[in-house]
Design a protein around this ligand. Structure first.
Ligand code: IMP
Length: 424
């Protein structure tokens, strides 16, 4: 079966963009099933840098059809900017993007509500959202009052929904500072971007079925990571969608029978943006070094990412929940400068030791990680092309990850450029 999935196994920012871009070489279709402009997938091609937010990473490969599934929340204004930016960089987008008619639309009011909700939360309760309107847009969907992509071609319907939304925001936050002038401008920009996006809205269920029947390769690209999943993540410090494999079936017209491999992307260490528990976080110089060497700053918001060691207890959890049958390990080169590398292999909680996170996800703020220490390899691996040529200490690190998780590491990313990968 030709449907392959790539999912983030941590708190997002695992390097999915580069990997999907690499795997696109053999794919005819790349589809997103959840999330929206909160995602930021960075891809380097020769000396050019691309940052994608709503479009699948397949857009960089000419001829690949890019699908935006009904489980997504789409901001037409940002989409129009993203397409314009790519076109300026020489990417031909025409005829290659299709939006499901049932996808949810983010409006200026959702962004306003995201900001007001965050500002109204007390200290310690703020989620640290990207303020892209993600939560409010998904809330409207669950409340059965969402604006759907099929409505983008109907300005009268859009204006009526915008009016309802503005009234709801005013009711929820009476007397709060709403910059009406700016919001009016934002509504005008929204309506013009909606008209631009309307021709891209087209049901693609039959094409997807036909592609599968014809044994074409379909790549499903997740955004964020399992630990930000609204059901399986560190709730309430999560995004508002199902980022794991369950979200695929809720966000694209596919059946679980269609899916072949599920690749889980894990960074060789851990990062997180926004608030919430992070057992292996390093608030010291080592964390600072990981951030500096790994350039760990958000692709969407520019915020510095929190950094820490690899957490195999959580990796085991993500692998099981997602049905991951291949690990893709990224940014391994960032660890090359460290003399020793720690990996969390268990948690201590209330006097007991756990090597699995089942039933502990809501207790992560109170667990103490138990580490296993590995010697570093202190050498430049950027030119290495074959697994057997990697330093022995690095191979031991990788082989330990495999034995702990019971899952093989099939691909190793050793740098930002497209050809810095080792396939095993
Ligand atoms: P939201 O998705 O904007 O509602 O943000 C909810 C949480 O998810 C915040 O902690 C964000 O920092 C985090 N988040 C959302 N999208 C991403 C992403 O693409 N990478 C990493 N973190 C993300």
């Amino acid at each position: 079966m030709p449907v392959n999935v790539v999912l983030g196994g941590q708190w997002g920012d695992e390097g999915k963009g580069k990997i999907v871009d690499t795997l696109c070489d053999t794919a005819q279709i790349v589809a997103r099933f959840q999330g929206g402009p909160n995602a930021g997938h960075t891809i380097y091609r020769e000396d050019r840098k691309f940052v994608l937010h709503q479009l699948p990473s397949g857009i960089l490969k000419d001829g690949v059809l890019c699908l935006l599934g009904h489980g997504m929340v789409i901001d037409p204004v940002e989409l129009s900017q993203e397409i314009a930016g790519l076109t300026d960089q020489g990417i031909r987008c025409g005829g290659r993007i299709r939006i499901s008619p049932y996808a949810n639309i983010i409006t200026p009011w959702h962004k306003e509500l995201d900001r007001l909700q965050e500002e109204s939360r007390n200290d310690g309760k703020q989620i640290g959202t990207t303020r892209k309107g993600i939560g409010p847009a998904y809330s409207d969907h669950i409340n059965r009052q969402a604006m759907k992509a099929w409505q983008l071609a109907d300005p009268a319907a859009l204006k009526s929904i915008l009016k309802d939304q503005s009234e709801r925001v005013r009711q929820l936050f009476p007397g709060s500072e709403l910059n009406s002038g700016q919001l009016q401008e934002a509504e005008t920009a929204f309506l013009s971007a909606a008209a631009e996006a309307a021709p891209l809205v087209q049901d693609f269920s039959a094409d997807l079925r036909q592609a599968i029947a014809d044994h074409q390769e379909v790549l499903i690209e997740g955004a964020q990571g399992l630990l930000l999943d609204v059901q399986f993540g560190t709730y309430p410090f999560v995004t508002s969608s199902s980022t794991g494999s369950a979200g695929i079936l809720a966000g694209l017209p596919l059946s679980f029978r269609d899916i072949n491999t599920v690749s889980g992307i894990f960074k060789a260490y851990t990062t997180r943006v926004g608030n919430g528990p992070f057992p292996t976080e390093l608030l010291d110089e080592t964390g600072e070094s990981l951030r500096r060497i790994g350039s760990e700053f958000g692709a969407t918001t520019g915020r510095p990412r929190r950094c820490g060691w690899l957490d195999l207890v959580l990796a085991r959890y993500a692998i099981r929940i997602n049905g991951i049958n291949r690990i893709i390990l990224t940014k391994i080169d960032v660890l090359s400068e460290f003399d020793s590398i720690d990996v969390a292999v268990a948690y201590e909680y209330e006097g007991k030791t756990y090597d699995d996170a089942d039933g502990l996800i809501h207790r992560l703020a109170d667990v103490t990680p138990v580490y296993r220490r590995f010697p570093g390899w202190n050498s430049d691996i950027s030119a290495v092309k074959r697994y057997q040529d990697l330093p022995v200490n690095l191979r031991k690190y990788i082989e330990f990850i495999e034995s702990f998780t019971g899952t093989s590491v099939g691909l190793i990313s050793t740098g930002t450029s497209r050809d810095s990968v080792i396939i095993r």
